[in-house]
Design a binder for this molecule. Structure first.
Ligand code: SF4
Length: 432
């Protein structure tokens, strides 16, 4: 505490730059031998004593010196302030009350790309149906995908199932206890490995997701793009410096909660933020500019035409198997086109002829064009109700003939599920 008081007394706000830049900015003209002498206070007084203080605190801030625009004395308080906020604001969620790595892993996979409010009920359903990693490993993949339906990013569910089997077969049902070993499991990246290792085994491994990146770039004025490998590496090193050795789980959870409740992407609550005194973005009016992101990935546009082929009380389904979206899920016979094709021109398409050749089919009606947005793809989709007198060989050979009464047992993409929720009756299904 004495160190921090000393800093507060002598320094109001410190700007630092790598030494080579300082002279150009009219700062310190005769930097000393140590790079720490590059500090200056608001009256341009060199702050050599800060190096002693920093060394006493055992921080290695060389990384910050190279990359941060601003450095503020409250850096010493960052962890304490964050943990202080967390203790007053922690949310009671079932996976936070446990040290069971299986439950923690499950919650972390469900919460990737998913809001807590949405993921909560899925977590409870999974724990109810598969209370142990052995139960999950023994379940058929189709059943797991069905339980996952509606959460999106189905590769997570496939990896979940594969990893459960690996843990049972190779690790005798016990999760590895270190973040480096956890990384060898399918679907577990740096963030998830650190989260499991800190929450279940108290390893001081920083778990940085979008929330953590946002907070650190804003507080420390880091302008390196967070989606670049350089930015990620730098922020991980910084978080490694900051993480509480005594309460690593609380620190990681605090970063996540603080980022989703206070330092939110748009309109963060700076006025009530316990870090605002030392936050670069808040003090310099650059909240909207941080974090910096690199080039946006291109969005691919696709046109899907789904045919609900009714044959008495049956429909036809197909399991997606290509390395594409929704692998393993079921869908109606599909024609994909590169551009929008009006419904009356669909029967003239070569793929239509392949799909239905030899059969007698008639389009009864079709839906308007529906937009479905995925992270990197925009899907424009139309559903057609098709009545068939005779079924083509192609459909018979390559598609599943499913009784309408069994349709709910198949895992389908959210796009189809949402469409049927509203239009089941009109397209030959019994409304849910
Ligand atoms: S002051 Fe504002 S921008 Fe800075 S950490 Fe707090 S909420 Fe985020």
């Amino acid at each position: 505490m004495q160190c921090q008081d000393e800093i507060r007394k002598k320094i109001d706000y410190i700007r630092i730059s790598p030494l080579k830049k300082i002279s150009g900015e009219g700062g310190i003209r005769t930097p000393g031998t140590s790079q720490f002498n590059g500090f200056q206070d608001r009256r341009n007084r060199p702050l050599c004593h800060l190096s002693r203080i920093l060394r006493m605190q055992r921080y290695d801030f060389s990384l910050l010196f190279q990359n941060c625009t601003y450095f503020c004395p409250l850096i010493m308080d960052f962890t304490a302030n964050l943990l202080g906020w967390f203790r007053k604001n922690r949310r009671d969620l079932p996976w936070k009350e446990t040290k069971d790595p299986y439950k923690i892993w499950l919650s972390e996979i469900i919460l990737q790309q998913t809001r807590v409010e949405q993921g909560y009920s899925y977590y409870l359903r999974f724990i109810d149906q598969y209370p142990t990693v052995e139960a999950l490993a023994a379940a058929p993949l189709d059943e797991v995908l069905k339980l996952w339906q509606g959460l999106g990013y189905y590769s997570r569910a496939r990896n979940l199932h594969a990893t459960a089997q690996t843990v049972v077969q190779r690790h005798h049902g016990r999760f590895p206890t270190s973040s480096s070993c956890l990384l060898s499991l399918k679907g577990i990246g740096e963030y998830t490995a650190a989260a499991i290792a800190s929450f279940a085994f108290d390893e001081p491994a920083p778990a940085l997701d979008g929330n953590g990146y946002r907070i650190l770039t804003r507080v420390f004025g880091i302008h390196t793009p967070i989606d670049s490998s350089e930015g990620k590496k730098m922020l991980r090193k910084l978080a490694q410096e900051l993480i509480s050795q005594r309460y690593p789980a609380d620190f990681n959870q605090a970063l996540m909660d603080f980022g989703s409740l206070v330092c939110v992407p748009k309109s963060p609550k700076c006025a009530e933020c316990p870090l605002n005194e030392g936050c670069y973005a808040c003090r310099t009016g650059k909240v909207a500019e941080l974090p910096v992101k690199g080039r946006k990935p291109e969005i691919r546009t696709r046109y899907f035409h789904y045919f609900i082929v009714r044959e008495k009380q049956y429909v036809y389904l197909h399991q997606r198997s290509d390395n594409d979206i929704w692998k393993g899920l079921y869908e109606f016979p599909l024609i994909e086109t590169g551009t929008e094709i009006p419904p009356e021109k669909i029967p003239a398409q070569a793929v239509w002829k392949t799909l239905f050749s030899g059969g007698k089919v008639q389009i009864i009606h079709f839906s308007p064009l529906i937009k479905h947005q995925l992270t990197h793809q925009t899907l424009w989709t139309r559903f057609y109700l098709v009545e068939s007198g005779t079924i083509s060989q192609n459909l018979r050979r390559h598609y599943l003939r499913v009784p309408l009464t069994d349709f709910d047992r198949y895992s389908i993409p959210r796009l189809i599920d949402a469409f049927l929720e509203k239009n089941a009756g009109k397209f030959g299904f019994i409304p849910k």
